[in-house]
Design a protein around this ligand. Structure first.
Ligand code: PBG
Length: 343
């Protein structure tokens, strides 16, 4: 063939991205995002008493006794997931949430039990007041002896709450927690907890800050699970407005400044753009995203109806969260996803 003949035979289409999609092996070579069980953090709900009870709005997720939480931690490790985050349901609730920093608190018991059985497991603890207070709010309320004129009755008081958060964090540290994760969106929570931990001798304990947490309706099922729904009002005076993204950069910058070791964006799925901008602004910090209860339950419900394939939709969702910039993903699907990935 002459050069001219070759040129004439050439297709008009030069760029054919399909060439790199032709076989599974080539597709695997050029895959940009890979899920890994080591990136997952598995949430556990721990309560007093025996056995386990399934959460109505979260099929496959349970409130666990201390013993059952150890069993679930074992299932996680077997699947390749090496981190859990603990939420506690106390025996009794009161305006401050005293069990939250009690030596015999439910989370304190669970940390000790899990660390005893599995010292290598990374135990993250959620630090907030809402599961422990009788009013279900994330802080001490503006009422009674704490009343501040100039703030509305029932407003969540910021600085009074910080002292409690520091106490809770120290109490978790004393039981052997590996990472402290404050989720209450109080101003100054990272620096207060950092100071408290340092003072108590835990200067090496990392803080994973729920830096960018929205006032989201996707937390509905969690509030069943943790029995922490507010008895009145909402969380809009401290959690972020879902409409805002520039503000996410401010929240993240403040927490970095205060000494956060890792950042979190929450929820994940409806906030992939936020994950991306925060990761781009602070690439030097590992970033977590919380694939929250409502996101989990939507997939579960659709899968139970036969409308979507649970495995495929879940892995696609988790891949998207990672692709958006999350290094770590907190997900109720952690153990299932890890099993699917290794199957
Ligand atoms: C607060 C906390 C909440 C969640 C995690 N930590 C609830 C809230 O802010 O109202 C929600 C997680 C989920 O929906 O899966 N302790």
């Amino acid at each position: 063939m002459t050069l001219l003949e070759i040129e004439n035979r050439q297709s008009k289409i030069v760029n054919r991205p399909r060439r790199l999609r032709a076989t599974p092996a080539i597709r695997a070579m050029v895959r940009e995002t890979e899920l890994n069980a080591r990136d997952f953090i598995y949430p556990l709900f721990v309560r007093h008493g025996q056995g386990r009870s399934e959460i109505r709005s979260m099929p496959g997720v349970y409130q666990l006794s201390v013993e059952e939480s150890v069993r679930e931690a074992e299932a996680a490790i077997r699947s390749g997931v090496n981190a859990v985050v603990l939420f506690g349901i106390p025996k009794a609730k009161d305006p401050i949430g005293l069990e939250n920093f009690s030596e015999d608190g439910i989370v304190q018991q669970a940390i000790r039990a899990i660390k005893k059985e599995f010292p290598e497991m990374v135990v993250v603890t959620d630090v907030c007041l809402c599961e422990y207070t009788d009013h279900g709010h994330c802080g001490i309320l503006n009422t009674g002896e704490h009343f501040h004129r100039g703030l509305p009755e029932g407003y969540v008081l910021n600085d009074e709450t910080l002292d409690v958060l520091a106490k809770v964090a120290i109490s978790h540290a004393e039981c052997g927690a590996d990472i402290i994760a404050p989720s209450g969106m109080m101003d100054g929570m990272v620096s207060t907890i950092r100071a408290g931990l340092d003072f108590a001798g835990y200067e090496n304990l990392p803080i994973l800050s729920y830096a960018v947490k929205y006032a989201s309706s996707f937390y509905g099922p969690f509030r069943d699970a943790a029995e922490g729904a507010p008895k009145f009002g909402d969380r809009k005076s401290h959690q972020m407005d879902p409409a805002n993204v520039c503000e996410a950069l401010r929240e993240a910058a403040i927490d970095v400044d205060e000494g956060a070791d890792m950042l979190m964006v929450k929820p994940a799925l409806a906030y992939l753009d936020v994950i991306r901008v925060v990761k781009d602004a602070f690439p030097e910090l590992p970033m977590a995203a919380y694939n929250v209860s409502g996101e989990y339950s939507m997939i579960k419900a659709a899968a139970q109806n036969g409308w979507v394939d649970e495995e495929k939709v879940t892995l696609e969702t988790l891949t998207a969260i990672k692709r958006a910039g999350a290094d770590l993903i907190i997900t109720y699907h952690a153990v299932d996803a890890a099993r699917w990935l290794s199957a």
